[in-house]
Design a protein around this ligand. Sequence first.
Ligand code: 2HA
Ligand code: ZN
Length: 286
Amino acid sequence: MNTVTVSQQQARVGIDIPFVREMAETTYNMWKFGWDERNGGNVSCILDEAEVEQYIDIQQVKYTIQPAFAVHELAGKYFIVTGSGKYFKNVIDDPEANLGLLRVSANGEQLEVLWGFKNGAVPTSELPSHFMSHIERLKVDPKHRVVIHNHATNVIAMSFVHNLDENQFTRTLWEMCTECIVVFPDGIGVIPWMVPGSNEIGQATAQKMRDHHAVLWPHHGIFGTGHSIDEAFGLIETIEKAAQIYMLIANHSIRQKITDQQLADLAHAFGVTPREGILQTITSSF
Ligand code: 2HA
Ligand code: ZN
């Protein structure tokens, strides 16, 4: 027997829309991993108009919001984003209250809400960082679509005990698991500790996004990007896994390591180019 009550069904308005379901499931998984306590974390995903109009009336603007800054570069683009102050664990039970779908107006100066943000919800407080990151990633990668921010536990832990030089931080992560250099050959960017939610942290993050898919916010969390939610989520998962290994082996005597030669051989075998200046030698032995 189906145990979902009528009120739950009503609350789950939108869950049958594929891009809503994907956001709901992803935010739920991140909460289950312990990366999104309380209202921690935010996600934004660019959608194609053709995809949106299959499910939502794109002529019907519910209301408009003034963004923190004009986003001419994103004019006309559709985004599904998490709501400010919303708990990731709750999205799956009421997507319409915890998510919103918006379009950047044709002149880039308004956000047109088309769906969601029920009961006066507003977009994530980190929207400036998301928008600025989307703008920079799109400049270097037209297929870019997704920005995910969360409070991945071991990444935060590592930011206390490892130095914050981004090349050294990257190198240590690469050394922790064989797959790392293949998943993020461009390394991770690191910004100084800054107050979240501000345009300043958005600018610092976006500047790093020119060269990296992922950016560490020390003592706070991580930003990961990709062509899809799977890719951005998988990137963060991989970084978090490496950080977890680091935290597990810290203060143990290290008997052996993945060498620079092995990292170079991996890069060669998988056809990726490691960011310059991180490995001692990047000559493949093949
Ligand atoms: O509140 O994670 O950085 C959501 C956040 C802020
Ligand atoms: Zn955060």
